[in-house]
Design a protein around this ligand. Structure first.
Ligand code: GDP
Length: 431
């Protein structure tokens, strides 16, 4: 049985924690897209970890952790993460890296950095992890599948020359930077291929067998619907699809095998980078939510950047859940809102005087103003509560109000950062 854990919104919804929670019953956890540009924060008995590349099953010894072919694979960051985890006392995780995954090259990161600097104030808010140049090259068919590193050295050197001939034109003439050091690039490939050699495998075949054996497989998404290159807030999006549907491609499994799609949505909104964010908060109110948010504040797991924060957005989340194909919503970080007397919820967008509950295309989104309904707060700490019925009435009303507005069943409520801070709930919307 294959399950996906994906985001409804802009990312940072708490997917890492939900994957870590669900991993208790999983045999395989697989990353299917994105790269080291976003992170998951996981709190467990070994400490607090910011994972960027390693699947969240890395803390469970019985789980096979897979880097799927859809990932933008940064080998150096991955090896550093693996070393960090094991150096903190976590037993070495089981790892498999797809023989078809493509590798993040040093020049991808360089191009990302140079382009952000060139765009200056008009930039996309990239984390400069090389993601856009990487996926551009993948689809321009000048990327590197990891299996290519194990060919004859002469073939590798020829490919380096072919790519550097193209890249150098831009490096020298557009960015006024140094050309690619071809010998250094070759040495880097040689170093990398030895580091990861033992982990490489035929992932789609492995998963085919795992499915036949009835194993539980978790697809772990990065970012959320708003960052999808087709369905998100283009062009302020990422360069690979964070939708559950893409899990089939980025892992190499049939689409009909994905039986459960757990879409994670945070009890308030947050976003990193530029782009429309209709229910955004500013000033003191924003600062307070940011400071109290998440586990130790809403600051990027990868960059440390302060995240933009806002009230819960039912319009964006309904759309986000629909595009994911949601069977279950995991509603997270609810404990954080316990300080508020009342809580505004964005229930519609006013665009040129007309109110809609359907998420619009980007140029209309830029004009949208939030329409709020305000609910009473519950003014207490809900951490430690294990049963839904024990939540304060106003807290339950908040959950049920949002469930009705988004139209997808909230079957999990997360009331703290730890794996065990989870409340399961029956929903009348479950199908
Ligand atoms: P992801 O990328 O979707 O996995 O999200 P992040 O890890 O970037 O952000 C979620 C943050 O919220 C992390 O610091 C988590 O430890 C924390 N978190 C997750 N669930 C909860 C929760 O229910 N309550 C609190 N207070 N923090 C949570």
């Amino acid at each position: 049985m294959v399950k996906a854990v994906v985001g409804a919104n802009w990312g940072d919804e708490g997917k890492g924690k939900i994957t870590d929670t669900l991993a208790d019953q999983a045999d395989v956890v697989i990353r299917f897209q994105g790269g080291a540009n976003a992170g998951h924060t996981i709190v467990n008995q070994y400490g607090k970890f910011a994972l960027h590349t390693m699947p969240s099953g890395g803390f469970h010894q019985n789980i096979m952790n897979i880097i799927g072919n859809g990932v933008a694979f940064d080998i150096t960051k991955f090896m550093n993460e693996l070393n960090e985890v094991t150096s903190k006392g976590v037993p070495a995780p089981q790892i498999m890296i797809s023989d078809r995954v493509q590798v993040m090259m040093p020049y991808h990161v360089l191009f990302d950095t140079l382009e952000e600097a060139r765009l200056a104030g008009k930039s996309f808010g990239s984390t400069k992890s090389g993601i856009a140049p990487f996926y551009s090259d993948k689809f321009a068919k000048i990327g590197w599948q990891i299996n290519e590193f194990y060919q004859d050295d002469e073939i590798i050197k020829e490919k380096i020359d072919r790519i550097a001939d193209i890249k150098d034109v831009l490096l020298v003439n557009l960015y006024h930077a140094d050309p690619i050091d071809r010998a250094a690039l070759f040495d880097q490939i040689v170093e990398w291929r030895e580091q990861v050699r033992d982990y490489i495998g035929n992932v789609s075949l492995y998963l085919d067998n795992a499915i036949k054996e009835g194993k539980t497989i978790l697809l772990e998404g990065q970012l959320g619907t708003m960052k999808d290159p087709d369905h998100g807030i283009y062009p302020m999006v990422t360069s690979s699809s964070p939708l559950a549907a893409y899990g089939a491609i980025g892992a190499g499994i049939p689409p009909y095998e994905i039986k459960q799609i757990v879409t994670v949505s945070k009890a308030y909104s947050s976003a990193v980078g530029a782009g429309a964010f209709v229910s955004e908060l500013f000033g003191d109110e924003a600062e307070e939510l940011r400071r109290r948010g998440g586990d130790g504040g809403e600051y990027g797991a990868t960059t440390g950047r302060p995240r933009r924060v806002g009230w819960y957005d039912c319009v964006a989340s309904k759309y986000g859940c629909r595009l994911q194909g949601t069977t279950d919503v995991a509603f997270t970080v609810l404990d954080v809102l316990g300080y508020l007397d009342e809580i505004p919820v964005c229930v519609g967008y006013d665009i040129d005087g007309e109110v809609t509950t359907e998420f619009p295309v980007t140029h209309l989104l830029d004009k949208a103003k939030p329409v709020f309904e305000t609910l009473p707060g519950w003014k207490c700490d809900i951490r430690g509560i294990k049963n839904y019925d024990e939540l304060p009435e106003n807290c339950r009303k908040y959950i049920e109000f949002i469930e009705e507005k988004i139209g997808y069943p909230i079957t999990m409520v997360s009331n703290g950062p730890a794996r065990t801070d989870i409340i399961y709930r029956e929903s009348k919307l479950s199908r």
